[in-house]
Write a protein that binds this ligand. Structure first.
Ligand SMILES: Nc1ncnc2c1ncn2[C@@H]1O[C@H](COP(=O)(O)OP(=O)(O)O)[C@@H](O)[C@H]1O
Ligand SMILES: [Mg+2]
Length: 568
């Protein structure tokens, strides 16, 4: 960062505008006009420029070469009370323009630290995490307010392999380590990679870490049987081997496979690998009054709606349900009772058209299935109300990693869980603890113009992005395909981490959404893995000024956890 004297200075105070360098490039007078002009001259100019670069390596002996730095305003200034011989200074909002032509001062690490974290009071504020350091200066630590980061939504953009998943792992570890106040993080893990990337958090005593699997075929057969205590289950070691085989490990952790296997064994023994028991989560209301579980077999039947409702109500009346249908789950008996009544009613003459058209066929077969599946005892079974209760619980950190072999099921589940949580908080006015729904590969969840399950996951993401904040529910997204994202959602996050984006269309989408100039994003071309342009409206101490930061390698954290716990 640079300080330039500004016109606000007077006899008492010296004021310096603070600028941030965004690019540094060598330039040569002979090549100013680029490659247009007479080719013979250009080639000659280039040759002499190349000679100058070499011969003036240490020192510019001629005025032909310069290093050009471009800098942008931070809208802050340094105020020095120079006259009183005082060396302390304040930082405040910029009061005047920088003086064109005046010499600039390059700021040292200590001053840069104060500026980069200007608004944050590290000593007195709670819930602050140190997220990384400046790329150019490892002595400058960048602080973030955890609640603002989560509640006002964050996004991570960058090409494949730049370190998005790795950064998410680092963010989780930093958050849990930095605050005592309970934080709830929910990952929708399409690639099955977070069990490995967050294994230390899943096994931590400070965190309730769970892997939630959706659908019978998500876990390998042996693992599924083992966690549910079913007949024919293999030994825990075999269950672990199968489980590890299905988990994606980063290359850097492949060498630690045997220690990872021991960690996974501890993990499945701790009963933290769960199975989402859909049949125990479906309510009477879901089945009969929404299209979430089954749809009516015949479409184009708006006209029959009233009649169908009449039949439904009559079928349910017999079961004497006294509470709200939304709160009633199926037992084998209830499913059987309703099905039998429904079948009996369909035999009556007045419902002949329903019988002939098979209107209730889907409901009847679902009731048959529920009668069977709700009778089954699965030890690892977890229901939607269990998860909601945990997300509203104020005593501990929670981490839910949610995986499914079916991307459609995962999208649908994100919608069901999100809606249920949102409604539970809206109805009871709960705003704590902070919950973040994190979608890695976000283009698979919040695509613009998606249909079916895509439409549902996008819908819940939009609800959270627009209205979640009031109830302490935030959204975190990571993706490389920005132009596919729903723009309504894309413009909501207040914090972004941006890395290399080779496609111009993706860069344009980012610049337009956040009002950046091209030159600001250009610096990301040179970024390596784990380097990000971080910009935030409320979570950092420097509002809306992009800071190039370097974040730790999560693989190293996981590797040292494994070494420490399971020996070198
Ligand atoms: N902060 C970092 N420091 C060093 N290496 C990193 C960092 N982040 C990622 N990497 C390396 O890059 C690889 C790919 O990272 P990953 O998070 O899977 O990328 P993405 O999710 O963007 O495709 C990692 O396995 C790791 O080796
Ligand atoms: Mg990734």
């Amino acid at each position: 960062m640079l300080a330039v004297a500004n016109f606000g200075s007077d006899a008492k105070f010296r004021r310096w505008s603070i600028l941030e360098i965004i690019s540094v490039l060598p330039s040569h007078f002979a090549l100013q006009s680029g490659n247009s002009g007479y080719p013979g001259f250009i080639v000659e100019a280039a040759r002499s420029a190349a000679e100058d670069w070499e011969s003036q390596d240490k020192e510019a002996t001629e005025e032909t070469t310069k290093i050009e730095a471009a800098a942008i305003p931070t809208l802050l200034e340094i105020v020095e009370a120079e006259l009183y011989g005082d060396t302390s200074f304040d930082i405040g909002p910029e009061t005047n323009m920088a003086m064109v032509g005046s010499k600039v001062r390059v700021l040292d690490s200590e001053t840069t630290n104060r500026i980069a974290n200007n608004d944050i009071d590290k000593e007195n504020e709670k819930n602050i995490a140190e997220i990384g350091t400046l790329v150019r200066d490892a002595d400058v630590e960048i602080l973030m307010r955890i609640d603002d980061l989560l509640r006002t939504h964050f996004a991570i953009f960058g090409f494949t392999g730049v370190g998005k998943s790795n950064l998410l792992s680092t963010i989780v570890a930093k958050i849990f380590a930095s605050t005592q106040e309970p934080i709830k993080l929910v990952f929708f893990d399409l690639m099955s990679e977070y069990t490995g990337l967050l294994v230390d958090q899943l096994l931590s005593d400070e965190v309730d870490g769970r892997l939630l699997t959706i659908g019978r075929n998500t876990l390998p057969e042996g693992t599924f049987k083992y966690i549910n205590g079913l007949r024919g289950a293999p030994k825990n070691t075999e269950a672990t081997t199968q489980f590890l085989r299905y988990t994606l490990l980063p290359k850097a952790l492949q060498g630690k496979r045997s220690k990872m296997e021991r960690a996974f064994l501890d993990f499945i023994k701790s009963e933290k690998v769960r199975y989402f028991n859909e049949s125990k989560s479906i309510t009477v209301y879901d089945l009969f009054f929404t299209n979430e579980v089954v749809t009516w077999a015949k479409e184009r039947q708006e006209a029959r709606r009233q009649n169908r409702l009449g039949l439904t109500k009559e079928a349910l009346r017999e079961s004497r349900i006294r509470t709200d249908y939304r709160k009633v789950h199926f037992s084998p008996d209830l499913a059987k009772q309703i099905r039998e009544k429904l079948e009996k009613l369909l035999e009556q003459q007045q419902y002949a058209e329903f019988r002939e058209d098979g209107d209730f066929a889907n409901h009847i077969s679902k009731l048959e299935e529920l009668e069977r599946s709700t009778a089954e005892h699965l030890a690892a079974s977890t229901t939607l109300p269990d998860i909601i209760a945990d997300l509203n619980d104020k005593t501990r950190h929670s981490l839910w990693i949610i995986q499914s072999h079916s991307p459609d099921d995962l999208r649908e589940f994100s919608h069901n869980l999100g809606s249920e949580l949102y409604e539970s908080r809206r109805l009871s006015g709960v705003i704590d603890p902070s919950v973040s729904f994190i979608f890695d590969e976000a283009d698979e969840f919040i695509r613009s113009g998606g249909t079916g399950s895509y439409e549902n996951s996008a819908k819940i993401a939009e609800t959270i992005a627009r209205r979640g904040r009031k109830f302490g529910i935030g959204l975190g997204i990571a993706t490389q395909r920005i132009r596919y994202l729903d723009t309504n959602i894309m413009s909501q996050p207040h914090t972004y981490f941006i890395s290399k984006l080779p496609r111009a269309t993706d860069r344009t989408a980012v610049s337009e959404a956040f009002g950046f100039g091209d030159e600001i994003l250009n610096q990301t071309f040179k970024f390596g893995k784990g380097q990000w342009l971080l910009v935030s409206h409320d979570a950092t101490g420097l509002e809306a000024v992009p800071l190039p930061v370097k974040t730790e390698d999560a693989n190293e954290r996981v590797a040292s956890f494994l070494d420490l716990k399971y020996g070198r």
